[in-house]
Design a protein around this ligand. Structure first.
Ligand SMILES: Cc1ncc(COP(=O)(O)O)c(C=O)c1O
Length: 385
């Protein structure tokens, strides 16, 4: 393996001089260097100490350091002799969605190079690829046995036969599958392919643990994506984390808009990584896991719902199959749940290996109670002749 980042990142981006912003030079004093408005906002309800008349910090070192520390202390790879993650292994984005787009733009030449995705999977990879005029190649997960695992050999076969593929997007735990991909399968790809980057999207990782983030210090060709939108309950602030080798993180940081993380997002993000809030996040994840079991038990006991759920339980949702794959009934149920009961779930019946499936996010206890009650009622109503 002779991984060379220079061969992977587009030359203009590899050599990019980062935008040098006013706040890079001085952060204190009478700040008259960034054309801000010192009078501040006109609204009286904006707290003075929010400093919203100032541009945000482009680097967010404190947040990144705390996040790196959390991933080090909770690492599943303590038996390996790895360098510790630091703030220099991180780049922040406006949600993972921005990070996905940035990685595609950094590595793939439009109208020429490609990405590989593993359906059924999160659709933003393909959306971003299309926007950037990048072709999408597919290698399905192993869906026939309901494992929804990665077929490493097939993936490597495709990669070795198509040098234009620069990125592989692996969702772990998967969406909509809820399956955490086995580490050994991902490592097999990492160890046998040096022509691009393996991007592991861990949006749901805190619901099962075992993040691969610490491995970016071992594998130069690994990127790990995480977000504050799921386990941290902060989807509204839009903040995603990219973990990569220091060399690659530096390039991604040079490439991002300097002020992409707003002052408000940064304030709440920093609170989220304080020790007591991290403990609360873990506690909430456990609560969601136990509610997930309850929801599953209640729904799979119903007539017209298959006993065996689809995929895994490694994320904060379940996927159940209606009447052995009855898309018509599943869709009808989805629609009536939303319009008559005000309970909105996701119809996933057109995804590979998910015929007749509904994906249901685990809510609060009260929300789950309402879902179970309305689900039962509507399923009976829709199935009486
Ligand atoms: C696998 C996966 N990645 C990323 C995201 C989006 O994350 P963010 O809110 O950080 O953009 C989602 C959201 O549903 C997701 O399912």
């Amino acid at each position: 393996m002779t991984f060379d980042l220079k061969q992977i990142v587009r030359p203009k981006i590899y050599n990019l001089e980062a935008y040098h912003c006013a706040r890079d030079d001085f952060t204190e004093g009478v700040l008259l260097d960034a054309n801000e408005n010192a009078h501040g906002p006109t609204q009286h309800d904006v707290p003075k100490d929010a400093h919203l008349h100032r541009y945000p910090d482009p680097h967010q070192v404190e947040f990144k350091t705390a996040m790196a520390k959390y991933r080090n202390t909770t690492s599943a790879f303590k038996d390996r002799d790895l360098a510790t993650l630091t703030n220099e292994n991180l780049c922040l984005g406006v949600g993972s969605d921005e990070s996905i787009d940035a990685i595609i733009r950094a590595c793939c030449v439009p109208a020429k190079e490609k990405i590989l995705v593993l359906p059924p999977t999160y659709s933003m990879y393909s959306v971003c690829a299309n926007i950037n005029d990048i072709e999408v190649v597919e290698c399905p997960l192993i869906y026939e046995d309901n494992s929804f695992q990665l077929n490493s050999d097939k993936v490597l076969d495709i990669l070795k036969n198509d040098p234009l593929i620069k990125l592989v997007f692996i969702t772990s735990p998967g969406n909509p599958t809820g399956v955490k991909i086995e580490t050994k399968r991902i490592e097999k790809v990492l160890q046998n392919w040096d022509n691009g980057l393996v991007v592991v999207d861990e949006a749901y990782i805190d619901f099962c643990g075992g993040s691969l983030a610490p491995l970016v210090t071992q594998y130069q060709n690994l990127i790990v994506l995480q977000t504050l939108s799921k386990s941290f309950g902060l989807a509204g602030i839009r903040l995603g984390m990219t973990y990569a080798s220091k060399q690659l993180a530096k390039i991604l940081n040079a490439m991002k808009a300097p002020y992409n993380i707003s002052c408000l997002a940064a304030t709440y993000a920093l609170k989220a990584v304080q020790d007591d809030n991290l403990q609360l996040m873990e506690k909430n994840a456990q609560l969601i896991n136990s509610e997930q079991q309850r929801l599953l038990k209640a729904l799979t006991a119903l007539e017209y719902v298959d006993d065996q759920y689809v995929g895994g339980l490694d994320a904060n949702f379940i996927m159940i199959r209606i009447n052995k794959g009855d898309n018509h009934l599943a869709k009808k149920l989805y629609f009536h749940l939303a319009t008559e009961a005000g309970v909105v779930v996701r119809f996933r019946g057109t995804e590979l290996g998910c015929t007749g499936c509904l994906r249901i996010t685990v809510g609060t206890k009260e929300e789950n109670d309402k879902l179970i009650k309305e689900f039962k009622r509507l399923l009976v109503e829709l199935t009486v002749n």
